[in-house]
Unconditional design. Structure first.
Length: 203
């Protein structure tokens, strides 16, 4: 078994969020959802599976996924081509919902336990799409802005940074960001054409 396959197998067996959680335990049985291969050159790093993805076991099988694929201008077959595209969320399992019905933040256990080894086992990655604030905080570190707006307005600087793999920040494609997208018309006019070009280069 390759190093990556061994890591993926360990992640899919992981029960730390129930047996030794950082905070309240996961409120249901773990069902890690991620995809990766040693040949992937693009990694999509989102937040955590939602309810639909928890049921399907396949990432982005929801309206957010439809919007993300439209942003990238890729077909479902291209998006789910594991040989080209890895999907590594900040939390691998659906974290549950808060009292208002919104998704809880990604489990803190996942990134600290697994992301270092997992990304080290992805040798060909050239571009990481950091989708949403949690992924941006992890992948951009101190370079991330204090707000989504600050981070997104610096998208060109992040993309042209000497850091490797390169990081392309994106807002989460959830309907909850509709107001932000409406106020920031430059996202569609200026950013999306570059995003599509960069994604096409590595696919």
């Amino acid at each position: 078994m390759s190093e990556l396959n061994a890591i993926l197998a360990s992640i899919r067996r992981c029960r730390v969020c129930i047996e030794a959680p950082r905070g309240k335990p996961l409120p249901h049985a773990p069902r890690p959802v991620l995809r990766a291969s040693v040949t992937a050159r693009l990694v999509i790093c989102g937040q955590a599976p939602g309810t639909r993805v928890h049921r399907s076991g396949t990432p982005f099988t929801d309206p957010s996924g439809d919007r993300l694929r439209a942003w990238l201008n890729v077909t479902p077959d291209e998006f789910y081509d594991e040989g080209c595209v890895a999907i590594v969320p900040m939390g691998f399992c659906f974290p549950g919902q808060d009292a208002k019905g919104g998704d809880l933040p990604p489990r803190r256990e996942c990134a600290s336990l697994w992301h270092g080894d997992l990304f080290a086992a992805l040798p060909r990655v050239e571009l990481i799409l950091a989708v949403g604030a949690y992924a941006q905080a992890f992948h951009l570190g101190a370079a991330r802005g204090k707000t989504l707006q600050e981070t997104m307005l610096q998208w060109k600087a992040h993309l042209s940074s000497a850091q490797r793999p390169r990081i392309f920040p994106l807002p989460h494609p959830s309907w909850r960001n509709n107001a932000w997208l409406k106020k920031n018309a430059w996202f569609e006019a200026e950013l999306l054409p570059v995003l599509r070009q960069e994604v096409r280069k590595v696919m």
